[in-house]
Design a protein around this ligand. Structure first.
Ligand code: NAP
Length: 451
């Protein structure tokens, strides 16, 4: 394995200088899709597309390091829904993003390849820093956030998510985290929470930060104490962090899930108001073109029966299937905050319910560095837990992505990159004990049938 010397050095506690002196390999193992296969699913229904066939694990050439970047030895990463989107080439192949970045600059040109290394989360160890990097050094144990911005552009300086060239690393850029090595900008790095394993700390960056901006940061839902928040997919990747943020922020979550087992998990998280959408069998769409307001009302009544009121905020991401209902059930003056459209992006809702009741639809997308940092701080303090249920080896990235594609995984699925086994990387065992093994591993225990 070409990255083996780095793994040996990390495991033996080598110094930063020793790590910095190891040669960077010319190629490394990575999960990637191929430009030559980007039309392989033409005519195939979404649900029949199998990421195991399009995600390849193999060697890719190591790119040169830009002055504001670091090489990271990736110990663990995770599957995000964007890994699914890339692997099924929907809503469009990601090679167009790479080509656009490729035209931007000399350094951007490295990204326009016939392979796309995917993955927008990582935990690992810095092994080399570019000449302009100030705050990080070889040997630093880090986690990442995936907001990739060029901070020399003025548009990036009043909320970097508004930057003209803002991209999601590992989705709209190459050299993502599902690999043994990665190239990341120094302004994506954050300290790794010392009480977590490599894989636990690799599942918080993308989903946790997204939920933080949607609910807590200044730019979207701006939840306050006492707010009731209706959360679709409340044990899913972003939903499970949203549920915790609401509870931690003095709000009242109403969580929706689709199985008895997820109801149990949500209750174990401390969410008392739970709706099993499968049991309730909501049919918001009477047919492909017509929504059923009666079904929206039935959902609204259910929420009132649980919390005695309409929700102040609706945490929206399923999109087409649910948006009509989400707009309807939100409280007068309340907010629907949306970051996605898993079931379809051409949205329909009854605008009368929006304007007559002075509701707002607010968009949100990932998070800026500050927001990601604040979320990482909450995780480091042990008030928000990682929601990792299962761990896969890098070779089985496709299997893990298929599970997420089929809505069969709970919370987050982690992938071991260089880390040879699960359970490694904790550097403060006493802190872990203090926070509580049971709290940290709730999703893992649920996956093992122990709840
Ligand atoms: P996930 O782990 O698969 O969880 C999503 C959950 O939503 C599912 O577990 C499911 O829960 C629920 N759901 C799915 N389809 C639904 C439907 N038609 N109606 C009602 N509920 C439905 O995915 P995730 O990581 O949370 O991501 C969710 C979406 O957000 C994806 O589209 C992803 O691309 C997007 N996203 C966007 C950003 C951003 O920055 N803009 C960041 C992260 C994620 P139940 O079956 O239990 O109800």
């Amino acid at each position: 394995m070409s990255m083996q010397p780095f793994l040996d050095a990390i495991q033996s506690g080598a110094s930063g200088d020793e790590i910095a002196n190891l040669p960077i390999p010319e190629s490394y193992r990575a999960a990637h899709v191929l430009r030559s296969e980007q039309t392989m699913w033409d005519g195939v229904a979404s649900e029949d597309k199998d990421p195991r066939k399009s995600l390849h694990i193999g060697e890719v050439p190591t790119p040169e390091l830009a002055p504001d970047e670091v090489y990271l030895a990736v110990m663990a990463s995770s599957i995000n829904f964007n890994t699914v989107w890339t692997s099924i080439f929907e809503p469009l192949p990601t090679f167009g993003f790479l080509d656009r970045l490729g035209r931007e600059s000399k350094w951007g040109a490295r990204h326009a390849q016939d392979f796309h290394v995917v993955g927008s989360d990582a935990s690992g160890v810095v092994v080399r820093v570019g000449s302009a990097v100030r705050n990080w050094k070889p040997g630093d144990r880090v986690v990442l956030h995936c907001n990739h911005v060029d901070d020399q552009d003025p548009s990036a300086h009043n909320d970097s998510m508004l930057a003209a060239n803002q991209r999601i690393w590992g989705f709209e850029t190459n050299y993502g985290g599902l690999a043994e090595l990665s190239v990341v900008k120094a302004n994506q790095l954050m300290p790794k929470p010392s009480h977590l394993t490599w894989e636990e700390s690799a599942v918080t960056g993308l989903c946790g930060s997204t939920s933080y901006r949607m609910l807590v940061g200044d730019h979207a839902g701006r939840m306050k104490q006492g707010d009731s928040v209706f959360i679709w997919g409340a044990t899913g990747g972003i939903g499970a962090y949203a549920t915790q943020l609401v509870l931690n922020g003095g709000g009242v979550p109403v969580g929706v899930v689709s199985s008895e087992s997820r109801v149990k998990l949500l209750q174990a998280m401390g969410c008392e108001n739970v709706i099993d959408r499968r049991e309730e069998n909501y049919r918001f769409w009477a047919d492909e073109h017509t929504q059923d307001e009666g079904e929206w009302r039935r959902l609204g009544k259910k929420v009132r029966s649980l919390i005695g009121d309409d929700p102040d905020i609706v945490f929206e991401h399923p999109g087409r299937q649910t948006m009509g209902a989400s707009v309807f059930i939100t409280k007068r003056g309340g907010t629907i905050v949306t970051c996605a459209a898993t079931s379809g992006y051409m949205i329909e809702y009854d605008n009368r319910h929006l304007w007559m009741k002075l509701k707002s639809i607010v968009s949100s997308h990932f998070a800026n560095y500050q927001e990601a940092w604040e979320m990482n701080r909450l995780i480091d303090r042990g008030v928000i837990q990682p929601v990792m249920s299962e761990v896969f080896p890098l070779d089985q990235t496709g299997e893990a992505a298929l599970k997420v594609h089929r809505n069969q995984g709970e919370g987050k699925l982690a992938v071991l990159c260089l880390s040879p086994e699960a359970g490694m990387g904790v550097s403060d065992a006493e802190k872990r004990d203090r926070i509580g093994e049971d709290r940290i591993t709730l999703y893992q225990r649920h996956a093992r049938g122990e709840l």
